[in-house]
Write a protein that binds this ligand. Sequence first.
Ligand code: NAD
Length: 497
Amino acid sequence: MSKPTVYKNFINGQWVESSSGETYENRNPANTDEVLGVFQKSNVDDVNAAVAAAAEAYKSWRLVPAPKRGEILYRIASKLLERKEEYSADMTREMGKIIHETRGDTQEAIDMTFYMAGEGRRLFGMTTPSEMVAKFNMSIRQPLGVCAFITPWNFPMAIPSWKMMPALICGNTIVIKPATDTPLSVVNLLKVCEEEGIPPGVVNMVTGSGSAIGQPLIEHPEVKVVSFTGSTAVGRKVSQACATNFKHASLEMGGKNVQIVMDDANLELAVDGALWGAFGTTGQRCTATSRLICHKDVYGKVLEMLAKRAENLKVGNGLDESVQMGPAINQQQLDTVLSYIEIAKKDGARLASGGKRLTGGDYDKGFFVQPTIFADVTQDMRIWKEEVFGPVLAVAKFDTFEQAIEMANDTVYGLSASIFTQDVNRAYTAMRDVYTGIFYVNAPTIGAETHLPFGGTKETGNGHREASTAALDVFSEWKSVYVDFSGSLQRPQIDNQ
Ligand code: NAD
């Protein structure tokens, strides 16, 4: 067997080994015999070197005109498009999600890069009249410096690009620590950045665990912005670490997303939506549909249709184009899913479909579990309240529309929600009253587009949004500029009263 490729850290435009001298293997979760590569187990010295490079590069990168920065981003997007198939296949091998979805993940990175390239010729501020004569007022965006990114494994290229591209176009420099399970997709993204002319030190990467290098990275005094996507538990730690030095922290965290099915819904469509929302990406999306609530008059019918369809989903290696659901990312995630299945049973939920680890043949080499549906879930059960981050759907019943809204909001999270109904009044009422950052009508809870704000309320986020122009607010600060060309001292609020 050939030796696996050794991938290095990317610091100051060079691919370098960690000073720890240690590495770790990255294996395919659909076939753990396959080693995708060997990655650096970095340490604090590597973090310090990466931050120092980013701080130095910031001095010149911030002065590159934004349209020029945009031109580099255009080239990166075009190159990603050329390599879409290759990088998507790498991503399926490292993360497990099916090839149709990894093509979507790479496309999301392409879309975001093109979008932010265009921002290079906008980055609009405001001009506004002064209350004084012969005085000019404007506001402009300014970069902050070194940004640290901590990213999860479920969108290995899309999420890093959501952070990287708006940060770069604003004139910041970057150190990214990818999730331990999915560094290859970030290596691929950085290779393209390097080839297309991002100057040395502007983008840096260190691989390794959250506790060993994530924490020192976010605590580094030179880091001015931290953008984190991951669990609420780790996000809380990140938030606390940033508070001490008043660092900007943008946090995108967990979800317990709901799909509401009204009695007038197109049931075929609602079931299509629930299946895709719950079992797409093996349920490992922050926006995954993990709660389905149905009006009592259609509850039985929806459950029956859903269970039949879920049983027939083809689970396997995502490189096979006919496979509809891949494995869990790793043993730990599989164990979490299996433990929640037991918890749901113990709490009294009725297993309507799935519920088991898949074994035998090629399944034994990966972390496969059946798409699982629990019926008769009640609001006191843990399966109703807690994020599983796997292919487990909790289904519950409601009597009235008002009750549906109350149930939808009965969660500590606030990322995404959806309603299936033909009634425009109910659709708009739900849109107004369900307190989430993202809301869908007659569409599943997953499927964001890059030019709209992305993020959640309550314990999903801390008020920031990714994607769209909202992302620019995370990576820039407003400067208000007043130019007085009157030649005399003019005191606002005093001399003009
Ligand atoms: P995680 O919180 O375990 O890890 C996320 C990242 O944080 C990883 O890179 C990890 O190495 C790092 N990390 C861990 N401990 C750290 C520490 N003490 N200091 C600094 N960094 C540390 O999450 P995960 O398992 O990779 O991803 C799943 C979670 O991410 C789910 O809760 C999911 O809902 C959430 N998520 C949210 C969004 C969103 O946009 N809201 C998107 C994707 C995933």
